[in-house]
Design a protein around this ligand. Sequence first.
Ligand code: UD1
Length: 417
Amino acid sequence: MDKIVIHGGNSLSGEVEVSGAKNAALPLLFATLLAPGKHRLCNVPALRDIETAAKLLGIVGADVQRDGDCFEITADDIRSDEAPYDLVRTMRASVLVLGPLLARVGHARVSLPGGCAIGARPINLHLKGLEALGATIDLDHGYVEARAEKLRGAHIAFDMPTVGGTENLMIAACLAEGTTVLDNAAREPEVIDLANALIGMGAKITGAGTDSIVIEGVDSLQPMDYRVMADRIEAGTYMVAAAMTRGDVLVKGVEASALETFLSKLREAGAVIEEKSDGIRVIGPETIRSVNIKTQPHPGFPTDMQAQFMALMALGDGTSVISETVFENRFMHVCELQRLGADIVIDGHVATVRGVNGLCGAPVMATDLRASASLVIAGLASENTTEVSRIYHLDRGYEKLEEKLQRLGAAIERQPA
Ligand code: UD1
């Protein structure tokens, strides 16, 4: 299996273009199942999770063609209603076929995702919401079987904000009879991106980006022609890398509004942040200040940036307290950062990071997508050589990672094991 080898110590400088957002592209791809005709979705990143989604669309009967970073998808006939275990276990977001299939053909059979590295991650809120829309849900041999003659609008209050749950329900409600209200909805920018695409297809949605989304069902929708938003997490990852290597990087194509809490923490840590017309420039500080963070649903600090920020805090000038409140087991990177010399103690969902003067390269192992990114960033700022193995996690979420970092001056390469 390939590994990534990093010779640390170079300051990153220059410009990096952010790709389309994986977490926006996935629900958008599945939403194409709502309507016959040819959909066109552009700025789709070339990632393993996108391949998995395309495979799943093919299994249910869609024709998927590529033209550069654009996908043309035609889903005139739904051949199968099943998302098999082999696909769902490699990508949890496959459960996002439930809503569109149920709305379009009235039935869906989707494998339960099971556990994953960062916690139990159940889909109970997706199912409860679909039941409220009138679906019958049965669990059979590890599969969710959902059926509904016709979905009916309902008032759904989520027990907690769930990004995937909000997306699944918003998609399903577009073709339901009557009005659906989603309260305590997720407010992530990717939810807004999905709503905008659905509105372009003829859906009637208001309130996306607030905690109350209203969807008035319509009888049918047209194909989408849409461009996926920029990946704010990829952008944030390059920003932390710039800060940690005391670099100077313009991260192009991303808007500050999608990253406000993160940017204010990066500023507190001493980085200079300049908003430009074409992106955000980050200049790393001489002294990294230790700051506390607590992950929360948007607009709070994103859990998907916690691991990368922890790497930065490993070189802070004091003590940083990092609380993870979204996922129960998202400190898998801690042991690996310790191998590089970081001083981190975990107590439940809180990690206390005492900054050290320097990190020293070592072989480390990627455990999940964002954990892997934190190890790469830490490797860039470490002395000597860091080898990151199990990098298939990185390929799920970072397009052309080594190439982009090389262009910023990093000594990083992929090597066959
Ligand atoms: C999405 C993102 C992921 C990000 C996460 C939180 C995608 C493809 N993935 O994941 O990168 O880390 O949002 O920002 O967009 N929960 C339940 N029951 C449910 C659903 C969720 O208890 O039915 C819990 C989860 O276990 C978790 C919390 O709610 O503790 C938030 O999860 P959720 O927002 O649903 O995350 P995902 O949509 O899976």
